[in-house]
Design a binder for this molecule. Structure first.
Ligand code: PMP
Length: 392
């Protein structure tokens, strides 16, 4: 039986110090600016989840990326491909519809490349994301959250804005980044995050193994890109979608039906009202998620789906803070709850990886805000003494 987690903290501190010694010995070359810092994020074992489940639970620490999220990879890939394809004039404007994270990553990547950024976002996201965007020099346009079928949806407004700039100033004046439909998003994860995660699993032992990969989906780029790479390398690895209340994606993956067309409006409404989580869940099948689904791409990268409640996610965020000193955002918390659910279905000793997308610092006014919990009908998380995972 494993040593109880709390009692073994002193030992773990000693082990961590030894590990640090190893890291210091590895030669580290200077990286080049923002773009050079993107990628090669650490993999961290979530020991408090491993100890309680008897499975090894690992998190890809994307919150340590320079722009604070795995979206840095997507922003870099979209801009590098556009520049290579001659789609952007010097000083051009990159336009994007985003819940915030992609806009932040694009603003930083664009600064490094000499482009401007205009972001269109729904006005129900945590306020600090818009604040950051403005500090990073982006212009921010807020719109009401409406159905994608409405011309006023943030993605449609962004697309029209880019078209208008190109019509006015000539081709190459603006780029619609289009994270939902642009397969550069998928490629960033298929060529970057996926191979990195697999190499990090190889480093764990002689027989590289990953039994499951678990991830929520907004655009679906991470799930489909990483999932497809892993499935090609390691067909026995289970790839599982983590989904939030009100999202249609769970039904698409688990039951093959996105939603009945007459339910579209209801699906949108539910998604907006029913989850406090940001950047994940969707009411439509994007091109990037479709790249991982058999009926659309001929390749089955996603094996199943699990649903996670906001209360579970909130309690998980408290758990990871209390036991690991990790303060994470809503999607990371959702992913960790789902990783535990998936791990419990696998034999003891299995290895499950997920993504720690962003830090809790980006969620102080919503996911980590007691006033918002009340608004979403959530109870305050219980303080944690023990390694009790009975809330999942
Ligand atoms: N977490 C956060 C914080 C995000 O902003 C997003 C995307 N909007 C996701 C997770 C989901 O990633 P993907 O778009 O690759 O599905």
């Amino acid at each position: 039986e494993a040593e109880p987690f709390l009692e073994s903290r002193a030992t773990q501190a000693a082990v961590a110090m030894e590990g640090k010694g190893e890291m210091d010995k590895a030669p580290q070359q200077a990286r080049s600016g923002f773009l050079g810092l993107v990628g090669e994020t650490p993999l961290v074992e979530l020991r408090c989840l491993s100890q309680s489940t008897g499975r090894k639970i690992l998190g890809k620490a994307e919150f340590l990326s320079p722009g604070g999220c795995q979206k840095d990879r997507v922003a870099r890939q979209i801009l590098e491909e556009a520049v290579a394809g001659g789609a952007l004039n010097p000083g051009a404007t990159v336009v994007e519809g985003t819940s915030g994270s992609t806009g932040i990553s694009l603003s930083l990547a664009a600064a490094a490349l000499g482009f401007k950024v205009h972001v269109v976002m729904p006005d129900d996201q945590a306020k600090e994301k818009a604040e950051q965007l403005r500090r990073f020099g982006a212009t921010v346009q807020m719109v009401r959250p409406v159905s994608i079928s409405s011309p006023e949806h943030y993605v449609n407004v962004a697309r029209r804005h880019a078209q208008a700039l190109n019509a006015e100033k000539g081709p190459g004046a603006a780029l619609f980044a289009d994270q939902f439909e642009n397969p550069a998003n998928f490629r960033a994860h298929y060529e970057g995050t996926g191979p990195e995660l697999w190499r990090q699993c190889e480093a764990h032992g002689e027989n590289p193994r990953l039994d499951a990969f678990v991830m929520s989906a907004g655009t679906g780029g991470t799930l489909a890109g990483v999932g497809r790479y892993l499935k090609e390398r390691s067909p026995n690895t289970k790839v599982v979608l983590a989904d939030v209340p009100g999202s249609a994606l769970y039904f698409k993956v688990a039951k093959g039906v996105l939603y009945a067309p007459e339910q579209e409006e209801r699906s949108i409404r539910r998604h907006r009202q029913d989850t406090i989580a940001e950047g994940i869940g969707n009411d439509r099948l994007t091109a990037n998620l479709a790249l991982g689904l058999e009926e659309h791409s001929g390749f089955c990268a996603v094996d199943g789906a699990v649903q996670v409640s906001d209360q579970e996610a909130l309690q998980m965020s408290q758990h990871l803070l209390a036991h690991e000193g990790l303060f994470l955002g809503s999607s990371a918390a959702v992913n960790c709850v789902a990783a535990v659910k998936v791990a419990r279905e696998l034999p003891r000793g299995s290895i499950v990886a997920t993504v720690l997308c962003d830090s809790g610092n980006r969620h102080l006014t919503k996911f980590h805000n007691p006033a918002a919990w009340a608004e979403y009908g959530l109870s305050p998380p219980r303080p944690h003494e023990a390694l009790d995972l009975s809330f999942v």
